[in-house]
Design a protein around this ligand. Structure first.
Ligand code: CMP
Length: 143
């Protein structure tokens, strides 16, 4: 069984129609395209509540387009996806990791194209947020 991580494709990539390109090299265990409500976005990002970017981030993630939530599998999945996406701030990513997903598709510190779990614990929590099912069965591929 391969380790897994949680990824979110944010509205900026979805609106460009290039969401498949960024998943190269990762096994997609499950995916779900959903339009988050503002409350769901706030709940997903609740560790950032009170930070200056919280309102911008949560309204962006819930307003203009759906997002795609994914369970990705790969050897050392958490680190491998973090490596693929690059630094949080897309401006920094363009300087330091020009081949990274955030460098190629993101705009700035907030509009940064993708999310990736920062640890195995976060990955499990974030996977449960989007994919938990009442009877503990495996999530289905919805898209
Ligand atoms: P993500 O990896 O999804 O985790 C939290 C998100 O908040 C982050 O990507 C950015 O979209 C946003 N974010 C984090 N730090 C900042 C910041 N300093 N300024 C603006 N937005 C930020």
């Amino acid at each position: 069984i391969l380790p897994r991580t949680f990824a979110m494709i944010k509205p900026d990539i979805i609106s460009s129609g290039r969401e498949e390109e960024v998943l190269n090299g990762f096994n997609i265990a499950a995916q779900k395209k959903i339009h988050l409500t503002i409350d769901e976005a706030k709940s997903f990002y609740k560790e950032h509540e009170g930070k200056p970017f919280y309102e911008t981030l949560t309204s962006w993630i819930s307003s203009c387009s759906p997002i795609i939530a994914l369970i990705l599998e790969k050897e050392d999945a958490v680190q491998a996806w973090r490596q693929a996406i690059g630094p949080t701030n897309s401006i920094k990513a363009k300087e330091e990791a020009p081949d990274s997903i955030r460098a190629m598709f993101g705009t700035d510190g907030s509009l940064n194209a993708v999310h990736g779990s920062d640890s195995l614990e976060s990955a499990e929590r974030e996977i449960n947020f989007f994919f938990s099912t009442p009877n503990g069965s495996q999530p289905h591929i919805l898209v």
